[in-house]
Write a protein that binds this ligand. Structure first.
Ligand code: SF4
Length: 212
């Protein structure tokens, strides 16, 4: 079976398992999603969801955040970690969005990754969820699960993304990304994956099942 064929079967199974494929970060517009994804580096989505209501209450759009005092933003987002760098990045990103004139987000990888604090993972989340474009979103769950399923041997996110952009058919790339991510949270845990109950166990070369 080719990787493309296997990816189709995996995506079909996981689409049934995870019918709701919205981001786990709370947001009410594209700007909020972008800021929330920048804040989610090295922390959990739940941790980000705790600080964003206050952040967006004080700074509801690029115009307000671009003028924010960095130490005040740092106070609000402190619990997400790397708060100095994140505060500086989101203020600069807000300023860059404001300069665009209409506060809109860029709809392409090059311009998105030119924004402070925006890497390829963040850009891909935006391309998928805001612009409905195909995307391979490589985060810690995706790295682990694709490796266990035999889709890649790489560990560097960029190499994984490049390899899977070629291997996975474009029409399923986004669903594949989102459902693999959700699968890493529900069954394919870093320490003790729940292979016994995993719906992919018959396809997975790393499945560890109880004898008998
Ligand atoms: S069978 Fe186990 S290792 Fe393979 S995807 Fe499922 S939980 Fe992960």
């Amino acid at each position: 079976m080719t990787k493309a064929e296997k990816a189709r079967i995996v995506t079909e199974i996981l689409n049934r398992e995870y019918p709701d494929r919205k981001p786990l970060l709370n947001y009410s517009n594209p700007f909020e999603l972008l800021i929330a994804v920048i804040l989610s580096a090295q922390t959990t989505d739940a941790g980000v969801n705790k600080v964003t209501p206050e952040l967006f209450r004080r700074y509801p759009g690029p115009a307000e955040l671009a003028l924010a005092e960095q130490n005040h933003v740092e106070e609000i987002i402190h619990s997400t970690g790397f708060y100095r760098m994140k505060a500086a990045n989101i203020i600069k990103t807000a300023a860059a969005l404001q300069e665009r004139g209409d506060n809109s987000l860029p709809d392409n990888m090059k311009e998105l990754t030119a924004l402070p604090g925006v890497g390829r993972k963040t850009a891909n989340v935006i391309l998928y969820h805001i612009f409905d474009k195909p995307a391979i979103i490589v985060d810690t769950h995706f790295k682990r699960v694709t490796k266990r399923l035999g889709f890649t041997r790489y560990t560097e996110p960029e190499k994984i993304e490049k390899q899977l952009l070629k291997a996975i058919p474009e029409d399923i790339q986004s669903d594949f990304s989102m459902t693999i991510n959700l699968h890493g949270r529900k069954y394919c845990f870093a320490r003790k994956p729940d292979c016994e109950h995993c719906p992919l166990r018959d396809l997975c070369p790393s499945a560890s099942l109880p004898p008998g």
